[in-house]
Design a protein around this ligand. Structure first.
Ligand SMILES: Cc1ncc(COP(=O)(O)O)c(C=O)c1O
Length: 422
C-alpha cells in the first residue's frame, strides 16, 4: 500500500490551530487508530447495537456474526488455522493473567522469564510464587541483543513448567528467537508463552508455524481501540486452563447447584463483551493487512537507522540494546548523560511537538538492577515519516547544546515538572 498517504487516514495526526502535526513516536505504548477503526465502532452502535449470542433479534444476530468473523480475521492474521485458538481479552496483561491463573500449578513448578520483562509478565508470577509456591527462574539477557541459548538449555534441563518471555522488548526493541525457544522448551517438556505486545504490530506471528502454546497481544498497539486484546492458545492447551472469570456466556447450562462450561474460547469470554472494540480492532488488523507488515517494518528500519545514525556522533547519548537498528526497527531506547529522561520528553513535546515515552516503561526491575533512573523511548509505526525523525533529532541536538556536560535539572520550568511516571 501507499505508506506516503497513510498519515491522512489517522485523524489524530491532523494539524491543529495552524501548527504542524504532532510527531507521534509513542506507538509502543498505544498506536493511533485509522478512520476505518472509528467507523467500525460507530457502525456497531448505529447499525446493530445488540448483544451477541443472547437475543434472537436481527441486531443480536448481526453483531454475533461479526464478532465471530473478527475471531476468524485475528486467526488468519496470527497464522492460526483454528479460530478457536482466539480468545478475546482486554489486553496483553489480561491474556497473560489468564494463563498464569489458569494453569493447575504444583508447589515447586518453575516459570522461566527474562530479566527484561514488562510488569505484565512478572507480577503475576510473583503472586503465584508467594501464594502457590511456584519458583521464578530468570534468564539474563546480554545487553548487545544476543540470545544465550546455552543458558536457556541449562535452565530447561533442570525442569521448567512454563517458559514465559517477551517476543519483542518494549524497552530496547530486540526480538527473541521464538522458534528456537519453543523447540528447545518443547523438547524438554516445557510449555511456552510469548508476550507479543510489541511484536504482533510489526511482524507476522505465525502462531501455528512456531508451535507456541500461548501468545498474548494487545489490539490497541496495532491500530485497534483501547482495551482490546487477544490470548492465542492451542485449543488443547486452552482446554486445560481454568477460566479466570465465570458467568454469562461461559456456560452451556446451569442449575442452582451446577453448571457446564462452554468449550474454549467462549468459556473465557465472560459477560457482555466489548463488541465495538473488537470490531474496531478487526478493522485495525485489516488495515495492517492491506498495508503489509513487511512494508511497515521496512519503513521503521529506515527511520530508526536515520535517527540512530544522526545520534551516533553524540557521545552523551547511549542507545539501549542492539547497536544495529535493523535488529530493533520499531524502537529506539536511549539515555543521555546528565539529562533526566522525563526532562527530555517534556522538552521534545514543548519545543518540537515530538511525543515520546520516558521513564521505566513498566520494566522497573531492569532499571532497578542497573541503578538507572529510566530512559527515553521513541517508537515508530506506519504513519511516521522522515519529518518526525528529523524533528526528534533536531530537538535532541538542541537539548544537548542547552544542557552542557552532566548538569541535569533546571532546564524545565517548575510548572512542567513531570509527575512520577512508570
Ligand atoms: C512488552 C509488553 N508487554 C506487555 C504490555 C502490556 O500491554 P497492555 O497494557 O496492553 O496489557 C506492554 C505494554 O506496553 C508491553 O510493551
Amino acid at each position: 500500500m501507499r505508506l506516503a498517504l497513510v498519515r491522512r487516514d489517522f485523524p489524530a495526526l491532523r494539524r491543529r490551530e495552524g501548527q504542524r502535526a504532532p510527531s507521534y513516536l509513542d506507538s509502543a505504548c498505544m498506536s493511533l487508530v485509522p478512520r476505518t477503526t472509528l467507523d467500525a465502532m460507530e457502525e456497531y452502535y448505529t447499525e446493530y447495537p445488540g448483544c451477541a449470542g443472547r437475543s434472537l433479534h436481527r441486531w443480536s444476530e448481526a453483531v454475533g456474526r461479526r464478532y465471530e468473523e473478527a475471531r476468524e480475521t485475528v486467526a488468519r492474521f496470527a497464522g492460526a488455522a483454528d479460530p478457536r485458538s482466539v480468545v478475546f481479552q482486554r489486553n496483553t496483561t489480561e491474556a497473560i493473567n489468564l494463563v498464569g491463573q489458569g494453569i493447575s500449578w504444583q508447589r515447586g513448578d518453575r516459570v522461566l522469564i527474562s530479566d527484561q520483562e514488562h510488569n505484565s509478565n512478572l507480577i503475576v508470577w510473583q503472586r503465584l510464587a508467594s501464594e502457590r509456591g511456584i519458583r521464578i527462574e530468570v534468564l539474563d539477557l546480554p545487553p548487545d541483543g544476543s540470545f544465550p541459548s546455552d543458558v536457556l538449555e541449562a535452565r530447561l534441563a533442570r525442569g521448567v513448567r512454563l517458559v514465559s518471555l517477551f517476543h519483542t522488548s518494549n524497552l530496547d526493541g530486540r526480538s527473541l528467537p521464538v522458534r528456537e525457544i519453543v523447540e528447545r522448551a518443547h523438547d524438554r517438556g516445557s510449555m511456552c508463552l510469548f508476550d507479543g505486545a510489541q511484536s504482533a504490530p510489526h511482524r507476522a506471528i505465525e502462531f501455528d508455524r512456531i508451535g507456541v502454546d500461548f501468545y498474548a497481544i494487545s489490539g490497541h498497539k496495532m491500530l485497534g481501540p483501547t482495551g482490546t486484546g487477544v490470548l492465542l492458545g492451542r485449543p488443547e492447551r486452552l482446554e486445560e486452563l481454568r477460566p479466570l472469570l465465570l458467568g454469562g456466556e461461559t456456560i452451556l447450562w446451569s442449575r442452582l447447584d451446577a453448571h457446564e462450561l462452554r468449550p474454549p474460547p467462549h468459556r473465557f469470554e465472560a459477560g457482555l463483551q466489548n463488541y465495538a472494540g473488537i470490531l474496531g480492532a478487526r478493522a485495525g488488523i485489516e488495515y495492517l493487512q492491506r498495508t503489509g507488515l513487511s512494508e511497515i517494518e521496512a519503513r521503521q528500519r529506515e527511520l530508526n537507522r536515520f535517527v540512530t545514525g544522526a545520534l551516533a556522533g553524540e557521545p552523551r547519548v547511549h542507545v539501549l540494546g542492539p547497536s544495529d537498528p535493523a535488529e530493533r526497527p520499531s524502537i529506539l531506547g536511549f539515555t543521555i548523560d546528565g539529562v533526566d529522561p522525563h526532562d527530555t520528553a517534556l522538552f521534545l513535546d514543548a519545543g518540537y511537538r515530538v511525543l515520546v515515552r520516558s521513564g521505566m516503561h513498566c520494566v522497573h526491575s531492569w532499571y532497578d538492577r542497573r541503578k538507572i533512573p529510566g530512559s527515553v523511548r521513541a517508537s515508530f509505526y506506519l504513519y511516521n515519516d522522515l519529518a518526525d525523525a528529523r524533528a526528534l533529532v533536531r530537538g535532541l541536538r538542541e537539548l544537548l547544546a542547552k544542557v552542557p556536560g552532566s548538569a541535569p535539572a533546571a532546564l524545565r520550568p517548575k510548572s512542567m515538572r513531570a509527575p512520577a511516571r512508570v
